[in-house]
Design a binder for this molecule. Sequence first.
Ligand code: SAH
Length: 363
Amino acid sequence: MKANLLEFDAPGMVGFCAAIGVKPFRARQVLRWVHRSGESEFERMSDLASSLRQRLTETAEVVPPRMIRDSTAADGTRKWLLDVGAANAVETVFIPEENRGTLCVSTQAGCTMACRFCSTGRQGFNRNLTTAEIVGQLWWANRALGAVHGAVHGRERSISNVVLMGMGEPLLNLENVLPALRLMLDDNAYGLSRRRVTVSTVGIVPMMDRLRDECPVALAVSLHAPNDALRSRLVPINEKYPLATLFAACRRYLEKAPRDFVTFEYVMLEGVNDSDAQARELSRRVAAVSCKINLIPFNPFPESGFARSSRETVRRFSDILNSAGIVTTTRRTRGDDIDAACGQLAGQVRDRTGRAQRPARVA
Ligand code: SAH
């Protein structure tokens, strides 16, 4: 079987070259062709010797997941649905803004975390994505946005930031996520700075430590509640890693993080976690960690059982936190007309856990 070159970070590519009898320094050139130029045909890698091109043709291929659908929202947000085989598909979202372009990448087909307000969580879980499937999202987006092949070079069209905030829990797939992160940072591949690559986690404490040690990038943690009782109802994994444990892990992470704060994500659910008293409680609790808070207006999906907090409520909540000295921003809802907003990514998951069959539960 041929090797899929999208699986390899730089050390992996060196190892592969050695295995097929190619000088290790060629690895760099191959990486550049595959990722920077978005090239999948070895014959077109014009500055490689023809003997090398032939060796690669015999032993390797560049296979991203197949693109099923490409949709563009009224606000310019773009969403791609990618086939990852066996009737599973995942989604990738590009969010253009004035001074940056953010790609939101999926890491699993489905998710095991079952957060009550998340549509991916509702779908159940099939499997972890491979490194090639994770990197393949970036590979496709780069091509589609015209960042390669010289099609379009408009600044607003290219990817300046990557967030692992799509479908799945990245820290439960760290084995495959780590090489993907290294490629995002590698100058021969996507060349992003550590500060512009963000892993978002529900708070898998031991894996936060591993990420810190192996590839520290910006960290976002999904908090969603000011205390353990409510958080355990919304985010079941809180039973295993309660707030005190989670905050301690955040502090350890910050020792090596490229930014000097953690971003806490907080989805605003009407009448559930959005009262003034909860804002004050939250401000007291998070004082333990150098952080910013990002409020996410809840994005509804069928039968979620939750409603979005009103703008007024979100503004008050934010004001209370800001006056307590905690920098708080509110995420603008993007791409909701194509179901590309936070928590709306559903792709297509052949659930193996039976979760999708269970009736919806209201927290
Ligand atoms: N598993 C990771 C990353 C995926 S979710 C994590 O939990 O952080 C990315 C963000 O979207 C998380 O903060 C998640 O809680 C939030 N989210 C999930 N469902 C949502 C919804 N319906 N509306 C708004 N945000 C949601």
